[in-house]
Design a protein around this ligand. Structure first.
Ligand code: 5RP
Length: 230
């Protein structure tokens, strides 16, 4: 089974948790896209749900798949968010934001009763940090913000190169919120909760890709089958 088939399997397993009438957060990325497509098939067959997309890309996918959409201004909570991740550790802490949607993803996950992470099992790691940590920043004053981020890294015992993310066209990648992303190659993050707190305290940081205590379960698809971790 190839990687894409594993992602679809994880998405299908998460779909088993969805019930009629639920309000759903719809994640971003190639794995979450499988979930949106499978959900669209169930909606076409009569399932009644409503979704809040975590990116403009997911909004387009959901619309194409016939999934009705709403916003967090119109409803007051979500039952389940189903989203992918770039890394998942045994405490279900995550690195997210490889697709650049971390800000909306975190807002939506935080408004949800449950967050189910779906992934192929290559995303399962003993310690977060091999995947570059995305930090969403305001372009204004970026030099000062970068220095503050470096200071936070040093205080939390990590260090590594930082680079402003570029898109495929070679230009600076701009998020759905109009911000930039700095990717930090940290290698190993021993205390992700402390680092998350330190980054959140920096004025030019809009959000970062450490999702601490937000995921309630992870559905991991691998060669040996599906594992659900809670
Ligand atoms: C987007 C994300 C994605 O969930 C993450 O990058 C995983 O993507 P994929 O399912 O394509 O591997 O955080 O911001």
């Amino acid at each position: 089974m190839n990687m894409d088939q594993l992602k679809r399997q994880a998405a299908a397993r998460a779909l088993e948790e969805v019930r009629d009438g639920m309000q759903l957060g719809l994640g971003t990325g190639s794995t979450a896209k499988h979930f949106v497509e499978l959900l669209g098939e169930r909606v076409a067959a009569g399932l009644k749900v409503i979704g809040v997309p975590t990116s403009e890309a997911t909004r387009l996918d959901a619309t194409r798949c016939g999934v009705p959409l709403t916003t967090l201004d119109e409803i007051d909570h979500l039952d389940i968010t189903v989203d992918g991740a770039d890394e998942i550790d045994p405490a279900l802490n995550l690195i997210k934001g490889g697709g650049g949607a971390l800000l909306r993803e975190k807002i939506v996950a935080a408004a949800s009763d449950r967050m189910i992470v779906i992934a192929d099992d290559s995303k399962w790691v003993p310690t977060l940090g091999k995947f570059p940590l995305p930090v969403e920043v305001i372009p204004f004053g970026l030099g000062a913000t970068r220095r503050a981020i470096e200071k936070a890294f040093a205080e939390c015992g990590v260090s590594g190169q930082m680079a402003v993310r570029k898109g495929k066209d070679g230009h600076v990648f701009v998020t759905d919120g109009g911000h930039w992303i700095v990717d930090a190659q940290l290698g190993r993050i021993e205390d992700p909760a402390s680092l998350a707190k330190a980054l959140s305290a920096i004025p030019g940081v809009v959000e970062h890709g450490l999702f601490i205590g937000l995921a309630s379960s992870a559905v991991l698809a691998g060669g040996e089958g599906i594992r659900v971790i809670e």
